[in-house]
Ligand binder design. Structure first.
Ligand code: ADP
Ligand code: MG
Length: 616
């Protein structure tokens, strides 16, 4: 048999390697920015067009390259950053593989101007798909400018795979943030389609965070600082009250390199335990400095994951450092023995249901017997109804309330809400009976059996259809605010709000985004309480960032989903009888009462037949 193994030509090998390095425009941005940083630049400009599909240009004032280096930099495994394998274990630069420029040059049109400080003239090189088109002497300032045009021009499949310009720009901004946050002492600019998105002067870390995320960030920050032999930690965590429903601003940097680490993330979250609600996420910007020889950044091609020698110690140090900072800045409520301890229940425990004291159990209770409803109803006239969601008796409240012997007993928790049978509806013979089970489900009877309804999903469905109905009817759904709210946002957040502005207004938001770092909210949808507006908009921005990843969607649908998710009754909330009944009625008036807007089942039915079978 003839020999069949061949060496791939360089340009093919480079194209294959490019697949590892360059997934999308943002990957090019990352590599070029990192090269500019490695070159010791003090000002770095990033210019993009059409989400980076048409142009990505990085201009720096770093050390530049000689003409030979300029040519060599596009060869695969050409790097000035390491000379032997030992160096791999002592890296202080971002790059070291010598692959990025070769890979990018293989799949784009690339043009470079570069000049070291000590030379009179510089070099101008043009490369298209690994082919050098020309190289000439040029007059250019100190530093390097690399322009990458028409990414994936020779790999149509890849080009087609790219998302919309908006989505690609979002990824670029994320990458830009990561690099800019890791290097506050370097000035950065970002221009998109000719307009400036970010202008970040050289500054300290706190200022950099404010410049990137907007003025609202400053009061949220709690400084973190700790020096040990294993690691130096500095940076900020956000005060617990600013924890978000979505994971937004969570950044780890190790030796000034952005990394992802679920393990260290867990350490941070655990330091917040008891201070934030279980479904919210703390914000953090943490900078770890470790001995380069104690980490391995080689494990991931795009280098966002690294391996630590001693993860356990790091975990413990990080956790206690953050706890300490939160305590030191009196973010943690001080122990106060004057206060009623019941009011101080940490969030982590609030979701847990305590066992019912035996004395309240009434074995004879049957929620499905009509007669009892009546008596319960009467008993309830004297029951004090208070708003709240902490109850130890949920689901068994009806027993408690109808047991006259228990009157006068002081319950530990005073948040038992009104009777489940209260309200006008309960007066009529035909009215449905509802009962709340474990602050999660609502049980009601139908002719053929029992329906168990997930309260949160049901409410989501009701709100969702409500929002969409208003949007299609184009009714006046907005309530004007007497005093417009001014909320601060970062520029990129405002860009997102502008993007979905039309859908916001269809659903009833009246928002003005004239200012650079704040929006004026003049009107809100009827169902949105004023106090929730900030939370809703924050959630919208982060949903937009996640959702745009999906294939097809309409912004109006997305906004409606965010609204219903944010505003709906949650698992764990106590509903009084009127609310339970209203929810059940509203749900079954919906077009699609079966599934939630997120395609989850809302209710199940247990037929009398099913029940009968259990008793055989
Ligand atoms: P790596 O960064 O892994 O060394 P790259 O392909 O990104 O590999 O770059 C190859 C080489 O080109 C670098 O080692 C560096 O010497 C040079 N280089 C790239 N970008 C710049 C720049 N902006 N300024 C100066 N030198 C650069
Ligand atoms: Mg590099």
């Amino acid at each position: 048999m003839a020999d069949i193994i061949r060496l791939l030509p360089d340009h093919v090998a480079n194209q294959i390697a490019a697949g590892e390095v360059v997934q999308r425009p943002a990957s090019v941005v990352k590599e070029l920015l990192e090269n500019a940083i490695d070159a010791g630049s003090s000002l770095i400009k990033l210019i993009v067009k059409d989400g980076g599909k048409t142009l990505i240009q990085v201009v720096d004032d770093g050390i530049g390259m000689t003409d030979t280096d300029a040519r060599l930099s596009f060869e695969r495994h050409a790097t000035s950053k390491i000379t032997n394998a030992e160096d791999l274990f002592n890296l202080s630069t971002k790059g070291f593989r010598g692959e990025a420029l070769a890979s990018i040059a293989a799949i784009a049109h690339l043009e470079m101007h570069t000049k070291p400080e000590n030379l009179e003239v510089g070099t101008h090189i043009k490369i298209e798909g690994s082919e050098v088109v020309f190289q000439e002497v040029s007059v250019t300032p100190k530093g390097t400018s690399i322009a990458v045009k028409n990414l994936f021009f020779n790999i149509p499949a890849r080009r087609n795979f790219l998302k919309s310009d908006q989505v690609e720009l979002r990824h670029i901004i994320d990458e830009f943030h990561r690099v800019a946050l890791a290097h506050p002492s370097i000035a950065f600019n970002l221009y998109n389609n000719g307009s400036e998105l970010f202008n970040l002067p050289k500054s300290n870390l706190r200022q950099r965070l404010v410049n990137v995320f907007g003025n609202k960030t400053n009061p949220k920050l709690v400084p973190v600082e700790e020096g040990t032999q294993v690691v130096n930690i500095k940076g900020f965590v956000c005060k617990p009250e600013f924890a978000k429903k979505s994971r937004g601003e969570q950044f780890f940097f190790v030796n000034n390199r952005f990394i992802k680490s679920p393990y260290l993330h867990h350490a941070v979250v655990s330091a917040f335990e008891g201070l934030i609600k279980t479904d919210t996420h703390p914000g953090y910007f943490l900078y770890l400095e470790v001995n380069p020889s104690s980490i391995d950044i080689n494990i991931h091609p795009t280098k966002t994951e690294i391996k630590f020698d001693d993860e356990h110690t790091l975990y413990a140090i990080l956790r206690s450092t953050i706890k300490h900072s939160l305590g030191q800045f009196s973010v943690v409520p001080a122990l106060d023995f004057e206060k009623d301890q019941n009011l101080e229940t940490p969030y982590a425990y609030q979701g847990k249901v305590a066992t019912l004291p035996r004395v309240t159990v009434n074995a004879g209770f049957n929620p499905f017997v009509e007669k009892q409803q009546k008596s319960v109803h009467h008993a309830n006239h004297s029951t004090k109804s208070s708003k709240g969601w902490e109850s130890m008796y949920v689901g068994l409240r009806s027993e408690v309330e109808k047991n006259e012997n228990l009157e006068g007993i002081q319950f530990e928790s005073d948040t038992i809400t009104g009777s489940i049978f209260k309200g006008k509806e309960a007066h009529t013979e035909s009215s449905a009976t509802t009962i709340q089970l474990r602050r999660k489900y609502i049980l009601t009877t139908i002719k053929s059996g029992i329906v168990v309804i997930d309260q949160s999903r049901a409410h989501q469905r009701v709100l969702y259809e409500n929002f969409l109905k208003h949007s299609t009817l184009k009714e006046a759904v907005s309530q004007q605010l007497l005093f417009p709210l001014s909320l601060s946002f970062s520029k990129s957040d405002i860009r997102i709000l502008n993007e979905i502005k039309e859908s916001l207004s269809v659903l009833g938001f009246v928002i003005e985004t004239k200012e650079e770092d704040a929006v004026k909210v003049k009107g809100v949808p009827i169902l949105v309480p004023e106090s929730e507006v900030g939370i809703v908009l924050d959630q919208l921005i982060s949903d937009y960032q996640d959702e745009v990843e999906g294939n097809s969607f309409s912004y109006t649908d997305m906004v409606a989903k965010t609204l219903c998710k944010t505003l709906s009754v949650k698992t764990g909330e106590v509903l009084d009888g009127t609310s339970q009944l209203a929810l059940v009625n509203d749900l079954f008036a919906c077009k699609e009462p079966m599934v939630s807007p997120f395609n989850k089942p809302i209710h199940i039915t247990i037929s009398e037949n099913d029940i009968d079978k259990k008793f055989i």
